[in-house]
Design a protein around this ligand. Structure first.
Ligand code: SAM
Length: 206
């Protein structure tokens, strides 16, 4: 096994959020990022219809499923298949965010626009920061573009952004689209990670 992989596995075993996710039955440590966001900002309500883009392996889906309750629905989209979570208020689709008919394929499942869009999208990391950053920002811009056709007026969004050259540009773009915007770094984000989340509410619509 490669040294770096071995070190990563050892660090993971000591990671409190990894340990907690195993104990509490969450698919990923990322669940705690969304929990911390929802504790601070009341983004999801009972009965909401939520779209989770970049949802695999499903930690955010589990948290969103709890938040919307039996009367709500969560649609998860990822290029990777999500193993069945056994939760009735979740549907998942294997789909690329850049698919030309993304909107049509998603609306076919939801039958309606969404109250909330979540995006925890990350590209496959090359290790070259400028490249990874540019790809991640491209994904953020794609999600913002899709929100025109998928988000209800008044709806909310939580979107991961990699800090860097393009992050101020997307911040300004989100500011134009929503009446409320906050930048938030949950405690569960790894130390030294360049990610942060934009929490936006009251979508102005088009
Ligand atoms: C950080 S993980 C998401 C973790 C998830 N929020 C959870 O709690 O389990 C990022 C995800 O983005 C997905 N992804 C990357 N590129 C994508 C694309 N072009 N379209 C859809 N999903 C993509 C990856 O497959 C990966 O599952």
């Amino acid at each position: 096994m490669l040294k770096s992989k071995r070190r990563w596995l050892q660090e993971r075993k000591r990671d409190p959020y990894f340990i907690l996710s195993k104990k509490e039955g969450y698919r990923s440590r990322a669940s705690y990022k969304l929990k911390q966001i929802l504790d601070k900002y009341r983004v999801i309500r009972t009965g909401d219809i939520v779209l989770d883009i970049g949802c695999a392996p499903g930690g955010w889906l589990q948290v969103a499923s709890e938040a919307v309750g039996e009367t709500g629905l969560v649609i998860g989209v990822d290029v990777k298949k999500v193993e069945n979570l056994g939760l009735e208020n979740i549907k998942t689709i294997v789909l690329d965010v850049f698919d030309e008919d993304f909107v049509g394929k998603v609306l076919k499942e939801s039958k309606s626009r969404f109250d909330v869009i979540l995006s925890d999208l990350s590209p496959n990391m090359s290790g070259i920061y400028e490249l990874d950053h540019a790809r991640q920002i491209e994904m953020v811009e794609r999600v913002l573009h899709l929100s025109r056709d998928l988000l209800k007026t008044g709806g909310s969004m939580v979107i991961k952004v990699f800090e860097g050259e393009g992050s101020d540009r997307v911040y300004r773009r989100v500011m134009r689209l929503f009446r409320f915007i906050k930048r938030f770094k949950p405690k569960a984000s790894r130390k030294g990670s360049s990610e942060f989340y934009l929490v936006a509410k009251f979508f102005k619509g088009f």
